[in-house]
Design a protein around this ligand. Structure first.
Ligand SMILES: Nc1ncnc2c1ncn2[C@@H]1O[C@H](COP(=O)(O)OP(=O)(O)O)[C@@H](O)[C@H]1O
Ligand SMILES: [Mg+2]
Length: 231
């Protein structure tokens, strides 16, 4: 099972939007996906509850999940949506489990400042230092024509970390959230621009997975329930 951790200590950074759309993208690619939702607000879990039954199945992993059913589902991917107050021990644990960490950041100086500190903590993690986990930065709600988008991009460049994509600011994301769908579940005519913007993430994941396969990275079993705090 490959694990994608979506994290940023700033509320409203676009974590749940990124996590749910990645889950939808993988499910539409015929992958079996489980979402682990660590946020007490349960945005991703509630999104899943709204997901139409006609769409490819995504499982959630909560206190109530039937573990037998989850094991039978045999997820190939786990997407972890986190909350803003990850404890250090939880961060360390999650980084030891993750193959990929995606950090969404809004084009705003408050968000950039909060994320800068978080990136330093990520850099200090042994699993990140050893290269076991790949980090990717994602610009959230970014209109590339704006000055703030340029400032976000130069912050990304200074960090030295890979910039994976910029998600455009679009009403389609809150609409998807409301309807329990991802941009990958909508008619292509409606989401052409968005799919184009997301293609770099798809390509990045492909490259990272090829690296994992080449390194013969062992498959991770599912983590125990209750090992990290839901806050
Ligand atoms: N690319 C986007 N375009 C427009 N609205 C967005 C976009 N990304 C996120 N949002 C909206 O911004 C708000 C915060 O996003 P959310 O994913 O819930 O952040 P987090 O999980 O980090 O708190 C939500 O209302 C969401 O619908
Ligand atoms: Mg959230």
């Amino acid at each position: 099972m490959y694990t994608i951790l979506v994290a940023n200590p700033k509320g409203g950074a676009g974590k749940s939007t990124l996590a749910t759309n990645i889950a939808g993208m993988l499910a539409q690619s015929k992958q079996r996906v489980v979402i682990m939702d660590l946020d007490k607000q349960q945005s991703a879990t509630n999104w899943l509850a709204r997901r139409p039954a006609s769409l490819p199945k995504i499982m959630s992993w909560t206190e109530e999940t039937d573990m037998e059913e989850l094991r039978a589902f045999a997820p190939q991917w786990m997407v972890i949506d986190t909350h803003a107050r990850l404890r250090r021990a939880d961060r360390t644990y999650l980084l030891s489990r993750a193959n990929f960490v995606l950090v969404p950041v809004n084009p705003s100086v408050f968000d950039i400042e909060a994320t800068a500190k978080f990136l330093i903590k990520l850099h200090q993690d042994t699993n990140v230092q050893s290269g076991k986990v790949a980090i990717g930065l994602v610009g959230s709600r970014t209109d590339s024509r704006t000055r703030m988008a340029q400032e976000l991009n130069s912050f990304f460049q200074r960090s030295g970390l890979p910039v994976v994509m910029f998600v455009p600011d679009s009403v389609v994301y809150p609409q998807c959230a409301r309807d329990g769908v991802s941009i990958y579940d909508l008619p292509k005519a409606r989401t052409e621009n968005q799919l184009e913007a997301w293609q770099p993430l798809v390509d990045w994941l492909r490259v990272q997975m090829a690296k994992l396969r080449a390194a013969n990275a062992p498959a991770q079993p599912m983590p125990e329930r209750g090992v990290v705090e839901i806050a």
